[in-house]
Ligand binder design. Structure first.
Ligand code: UVW
Length: 329
């Protein structure tokens, strides 16, 4: 177990504050250059498309943290309304919504359905914005944490990264396959920088500046088997933050709940990798990315690089966003 002095030393080493200017809110996404985007596009060779987003619905993986529920999907107009309201306008008045629907259905053969989704922005496949986690009263680049209020994040919100897309070369590191695990990594043996280097070497893939790294732990596959949102599966240890910094990756995503292992590794600090990546490095974290089909294809053709298109929703002041990232080979 490391102590707070170790954490503070690493935090000082990896801190990117001021590197792209005092007003910067993009963080390591700055490492994605035009050339990187062109390189990523050149990786689409076979025409294969892999959506990485999980289904948004009541059966989702929320449950470990009681402050987050699974998405709630509600219909506001459906086939029942089409039947009920076709006659409504002739019989009843007094409900303007019903009158409007009745007017539409009565006037022509046109029918439609409408719906809502209500969900925490962290309830599915997501990006954590740079304002999602912090410590000591400061966000990435030194912005004061009180700029995030009930009205959203004035600085480092998910809307601030919109200009980047986000598109880059994606690289998958399949730790499940590397360890020969049946479904998911056993909890207890955290993923280390040395192991990630070994996985990359074994897969014959290099990691370059501006890449977005996808690391597979099998958490999602385990959850699909057990429906237990409290599944414990090994994640990245906190020292991976320095490794990500040295490799100059633009962002990192996992198929698990928090990217990092839920057993901290730093006495007195919960989710230290979150703090180092989001707050010190300005590096966004992706969680609950379903890499199953992509990993199977990479294992089959031996190609672990691809174009990754992963734009968040432009939620004004949001501290995260659901998305459906797409890998293309
Ligand atoms: C927290 O940081 C609390 O959660 P997440 O793992 O979703 O980023």
């Amino acid at each position: 177990m490391s102590g707070m002095a170790d954490f503070d030393r690493v935090a000082a080493d990896v801190r990117n504050w001021g590197r792209w200017g005092d007003a910067d809110e993009l963080g390591t996404l700055n490492l994605i250059t035009d050339e990187k985007v062109r390189e990523a596009a050149s990786l689409v060779r076979a025409g294969k498309v892999f959506p990485l987003g999980i289904a948004l619905g009541a059966d989702g993986p929320m449950g470990m943290f009681k402050f987050r529920t699974n998405p709630i999907h509600l219909m506001t107009v459906d086939g029942g309304d089409a039947t009920a309201f076709a006659e409504y306008a002739r019989k009843w008045t007094g409900n303007p919504t019903a009158q409007t629907l009745a007017g539409i259905f009565d006037a022509s053969r046109f029918r439609f359905n409408d719906d809502y989704i209500m969900m925490p922005l962290q309830a599915g496949t997501q990006w954590d914005a740079l304002s999602h986690a912090y410590y000591d009263g400061q966000l990435y680049n030194g912005f004061s944490s009180d700029c995030v209020t009930s009205q959203g994040a004035v600085h480092c919100g998910i809307d601030k990264v919109d200009v980047k897309g986000i598109v880059s070369r994606g690289v998958l590191l399949d730790v499940v396959r590397h360890r020969g695990a049946a479904t998911a990594l056993d909890h207890g043996q955290q993923i280390t920088p040395a192991e990630l280097d070994q996985v990359a070497r074994a897969q014959g893939v290099t990691i370059g500046t501006g890449d977005i790294l996808l690391i597979r732990t099998g958490w999602w596959n385990k959850f699909m088997e057990t429906a237990n949102p409290g599944e414990m599966v090994a994640g990245l240890n906190w020292e991976c933050a320095a490794w990500l910094h040295d490799l100059e990756v633009a962002a990192v995503a996992c198929d698990n709940i928090a990217v990092e292992d839920l057993e901290s590794g730093v006495e007195g600090m919960f989710l230290p990798l979150h703090c180092l990546c989001l707050r010190d490095m300005g590096l966004m974290l992706g969680e609950y990315w379903d890499m199953t089909a992509l990993a199977a294809d990479c294992a089959a053709d031996g190609v672990y690089e691809f174009q990754l298109v992963a734009p968040p929703l432009r939620v004004t002041g949001g501290v995260g966003s659901p998305l459906n990232p797409i890998a293309m080979k």
